[in-house]
Design a protein around this ligand. Structure first.
Ligand code: FAD
Ligand code: NAI
Length: 468
């Protein structure tokens, strides 16, 4: 039987990054993946295809509605969905084969098939052809990720009742796309199909967007998205669906108990994802799970109750984000090599890739109030920012929350153009334990969007924002 220092089960951002880092540190590593292509949910059906479609639909929307303001007129702007999907597939294929290259470069042995525990140190791989092979590992990392949660009354058929896996591969623009769940997937894929011409209605149980994040920032994002045509039905339950020819009827109930129906041609169910442990044999060898079905690990050590078995990424607690999974992979590989691997969960950025984008690190105002932490607030709109003006993209604002006494950053919330890139400086500031004044006194190139962060930090520090 082939013996390894480390066996990784699952080749998503958590698993493949852990494998690369462990190999860099001299470990003999095997990676088991049931999908033919590497990269997991993120590269195959998640982050990358959704961003490729967001970028394409943004370009289309820009050509149709925004370039006129720049004095550029294009007549007869058309969309070719087939070509758009082919481009998306090409991007996916390039990045997934990039992971193949990384496996070869780092001499990581790849196994194709479903991995399941035979014992605490042995994993069996069952290929599509039924062939079974067993390998042994000193340490084993579970990085099996997640899959969409389904609603029992909404049986997914991949045609009218769909998940994100299908919503990134539709062959035509739906007339009316009904989305259940105004989370990250609902907003991003809702934006894609809305820009391409669909009517989009989003039914959400909660009274607002983004759960516990900053409420005013979520409200601002909501108003901008509503202006773009997304129709939110908050505090509304979905009761069931009924096929009506090629259409589908969704019965809903608002908070007053009033029932009504929405008629659409596709229903996207995006109410969160569940950890993927089907067929893994984890329970059978005694691995413990949390109440919410995730694999239980020692915080920041990623160790399960079985000492040589570890878990990272979507399958354990914490936000289901690719960069969180990657950083856990790096930290764990370093810990297994005797180094001091660590993830600073309070410095993890969140990004929602709508336009404008929404991004944040740290606490929102409500969380600070709930914890009795005294804070000060600095704000800066993108409207007076010269670069945003030059781009004609001035919707949004930056909000900085800092400790009232020490000035240490507690939360930064951005709604604005390229917030996804802007948030990187904030994440670094959090890693360094920076104050609002640290950002305010750092030179930011002019004219850039990042100056809006500096101005908001000046405002938080001692109300000395120059350009407001
Ligand atoms: P996964 O990426 O899910 O990988 C797990 C892998 O394990 C899969 O390839 C699976 O096939 C394999 N596997 C499972 N069980 C077995 C087994 N028993 N044997 C062998 N292989 C197995 N996050 C972001 O940070 N930014 C984004 O922009 C973003 N966009 C997203 C858009 C969509 C539409 C979706 C669905 C998700 C998005 N996410 C995004 C979330 C992100 O994809 C996940 O957080 C991330 O992929 C988790 O990484 P992981 O390695 O834990 O698991
Ligand atoms: P989500 O957790 O972001 O949002 C789910 C939403 O559905 C919540 O607002 C919830 O209140 C609502 N909901 C739950 N049950 C409902 C019901 N029965 N009826 C109506 N609403 C209901 O989950 P989503 O959007 O499915 O995404 C899954 C994961 O993928 C997220 O955890 C996210 O982290 C990740 N992701 C990250 C992205 C990013 O970082 N840009 C992009 C897309 C996904």
């Amino acid at each position: 039987m082939e013996q390894y220092d480390i066996i990784v089960i699952g080749a998503g951002p958590g698993g493949y990054v852990a494998a690369v880092r462990a190999a860099q540190l001299g470990k003999k590593v095997a990676i088991i993946e049931k999908r033919k292509t590497l990269g997991g949910t993120c590269l195959n059906v998640g982050c990358i295809p959704s961003k490729a479609l967001l970028d394409s639909s943004e370009e289309y929307h820009k050509a149709k509605h925004k370039l006129g303001d720049h004095g550029i007129s294009i007549s007869n702007v058309k969309i070719d969905i087939k070509k758009m999907m082919e481009r998306k597939d090409k991007v996916v294929s390039e990045v997934t084969s990039g992971v193949d290259y990384l496996m070869k470069k780092n001499k990581i042995t790849r196994y194709l098939g479903l991995g399941s525990f035979v014992s605490k140190t042995e994993v069996q791989i069952k290929g599509e052809d039924g062939k079974v092979e067993t390998i042994a590992g000193k340490d084993i990392i579970i990085a099996t990720g997640s899959t969409p949660i389904e609603i029992p009354t909404f049986p997914i058929d991949g045609k009218t009742l769909i998940t994100s896996d299908h919503a990134i591969a539709l062959e035509e623009v739906p007339e009316h796309l009904i989305i259940v769940g105004a989370g990250v997937i609902g907003l991003e894929l809702g934006s894609v199909w809305s820009r391409l011409g669909a009517k989009v209605s989003i039914v959400e149980l909660m009274p607002r967007l983004f759960g516990t994040s900053d409420q005013a920032t979520a409200g601002l994002a909501q108003r901008i998205l509503e202006k773009q045509g997304l129709n939110f039905l908050f505090e509304t339950k979905v009761l069931g669906t009924k096929a009506k020819g090629k259409k589908v009827e969704v019965e809903i109930e608002d908070k007053s108990g009033k029932k009504s129906t929405l008629e659409g041609d596709k229903v996207l169910v995006s109410i969160g994802r569940r950890p993927n442990t089907d067929g893994l044999g984890a329970k059978e060898i005694g691995i413990e799970f949390t109440d919410r079905g995730r694999i239980k690990v020692k915080p920041n050590h990623f160790q399960t109750n079985i000492p040589n078995i570890y878990a990272i990424g979507d399958v354990i607690d914490g936000p289901m984000l690719a960069h969180k999974a990657e950083d856990e992979g790096i930290a764990l590989a370093e810990l297994l090599a005797g180094k001091a691997g660590h993830v600073n969960y309070r410095a993890i950025p969140w990004v929602v890739y709508t336009w404008p984008e929404v991004a944040w690190v740290g606490y929102g105002e409500e969380e600070l109030k709930n914890q009795g932490i005294e804070y000060k607030v600095g704000k800066y709109m993108f409207k007076p920012n010269a670069r945003a003006k030059a781009m004609n993209e001035a919707d949004g604002q930056v909000k900085v929350l800092a400790d009232k006494k020490t000035d240490k950053l507690l939360g930064v919330h951005i709604v604005g153009p390229r917030a996804s890139d802007l948030i990187a400086e904030v994440a670094i500031a959090f890693e360094f334990g920076a104050s609002a004044e640290d950002i305010a006194r750092s030179t930011h190139a002019h004219p850039t969007l990042s100056e809006a962060i500096r101005e908001a930090a000046m405002d938080a520090d001692a109300k000395w924002s120059i350009h407001s």
